[in-house]
Design a protein around this ligand. Structure first.
Ligand code: HAM
Length: 415
């Protein structure tokens, strides 16, 4: 039997319906916050990601040469594609440009619970300016989305990558090796960072100071450890977040992020119930447009790991009841099957979600099928009732039956 490739999944109808339900809630929240939906190709020139995405993502790229000899990559994330789209076709639009997207991304990772090779992101980008208000707007949107889905146990942590970059540079880490150090700090792998940093000439004392900076977590009071503009910036972001009613964002100067393009505020959300793969959202401010041939424009955005947030909801016991259908039409005998087909056609054209038996089942089996398909009603079409222009309507949950004129069927079912 051929299975779907490692790290990918099929979504069967019940699961797909649940996913669409939550996806649409995210769409609704994005629109409420003034974002408009976009879509970009699933594959791009590999260069788009190689230019800036950071070593983590590059090692994980699904890249190949196409028949025309072009280097192509399946997108590992959607920020670079969104910015490319902006440079190509939206750069003259009034700013800020607020867009959102939903779709699959591909990373060649070792699959485990919550980590897939094909996964879905719901993300948003605010392109156009660097202001604390922009940063707050992005975090407030992400927070509203997490709330809208009904997740209870989560944490949002905000830091500033500029602070850490500066501190590392001051300690003597050369610019071209910053990513190497940040990668270790991102995962809090201090023992692995030590020899690397020692090799760069960073003293023990400076190292410990940097490590303790990445362990700095708390309320706005920890910003006292952040000198100058970055501290003031984050204080303002917190003020705007409070104005938006978002009061549960912690300061964590150890938020590093796995992608290279961030320049200022960075944030992550996690759902502790998920264990190792608990990060459900990540984002921050960045500039990418100048790398893709456009003018330099500051942006802030984030992406929610859709699969992970659904896993977290499941862990909290959130259940989704599939919608089923309004009516299932059954012919009592073969000679009225055409009449049954007419009845279902009239229901459908009136907007009733209806299906009809096409397997030639006997009544008892057809009713059993209707119940497994979660039909609210069965519409039983029999020759005797048809003579009076009526059908039998069976309430599938109570089992009660009544004779209903065909003319009144839609109203009865919709009512
Ligand atoms: P990211 O943190 O790499 O950021 O990915 C965003 C989210 O996607 C993660 O927080 C996680 O929930 C989910 N995710 C990542 N990899 C996997 C995987 N293999 N399986 C399941 N879920 C996964 C970005 O991609 C940035 N583009 C976010 C952004 C937008 N920054 C600014 N704008």
């Amino acid at each position: 039997m051929i299975q779907c490739p490692r790290g990918t999944r099929d979504f069967l109808p019940d699961e797909m319906e649940r996913r669409r339900f939550y996806e649409n809630r995210l769409r609704h929240t994005a629109r409420t916050f003034g974002f408009r939906e976009t879509e970009t190709p699933i594959f791009e020139d590999a260069e788009l990601f190689i230019l800036r995405s950071g070593t983590n993502v590059l090692n994980e790229l699904y890249a190949f040469e196409d028949k025309g000899g072009r280097q192509i990559a399946l997108r590992p994330e959607m920020t670079a594609p969104a910015v490319r789209m902006f440079v190509n076709g939206m750069s003259n639009d009034p700013k800020p440009i607020k867009i959102f997207y939903f779709g699959q991304c591909f990373r060649y990772e070792r699959p485990q619970s919550g980590r897939y090779r094909e996964f879905f992101q719901f993300g948003a980008e605010i392109i156009g300016g660097a202001t604390p208000e922009t940063d707050a707007e992005a975090i407030a949107t992400a927070a509203a989305m997490i709330k809208e889905l009904g997740l209870k146990d989560y944490r949002i942590r905000m830091g500033h990558i500029g602070v850490l970059r500066q501190r590392i540079a001051d300690a003597g880490v050369p610019k071209e090796r910053t990513a190497e150090v940040l990668q270790k700090l991102d995962k809090k792998l201090y023992d692995e960072a030590r020899p690397i940093m020692a090799d760069m000439g960073v003293s023990e004392e400076e190292m410990e100071d940097i490590f303790s900076l990445t362990e700095t977590v708390g309320g706005t009071e920890v910003l006292d450890r952040v000198p100058g503009e970055a501290g003031d910036w984050l204080r303002q972001v917190v003020a705007y977040l409070e104005a938006a009613g978002v009061t549960d964002v912690e300061i964590d100067l150890g938020v590093v992020r796995g992608l290279d393009y961030y320049t200022g505020m960075v944030f992550e959300a996690e759902a502790p119930a998920l264990g190792a793969e608990k990060q459900i959202c990540g984002g921050g401010s960045y500039t990418l447009s100048e790398l893709f041939g456009g003018e330099k424009v500051f942006s802030t955005g984030f992406a929610i790991g859709f699969d992970r947030i659904l896993l977290a909801l499941e862990k909290e016991g959130a259940t989704y009841q599939p919608e089923g259908m309004d009516a299932y039409v059954v012919a009592v005998t073969d000679d009225v099957r055409i009449e049954a087909a007419k009845v279902v056609a009239s229901l459908r054209s009136a907007g009733v979600v209806a299906d009809v038996d096409i397997m030639g089942r006997k009544m008892a089996k057809a009713l059993k099928f209707a119940s497994s398909a979660r039909a609210r009603y069965a519409v039983i079409v029999g020759a005797k009732e048809l003579e009076q222009g009526s059908v039998t309507l069976r309430d599938m949950s109570s089992g009660e039956q009544e004779l209903v004129p065909i003319d009144a069927l839609v109203q009865k079912i919709k009512g």
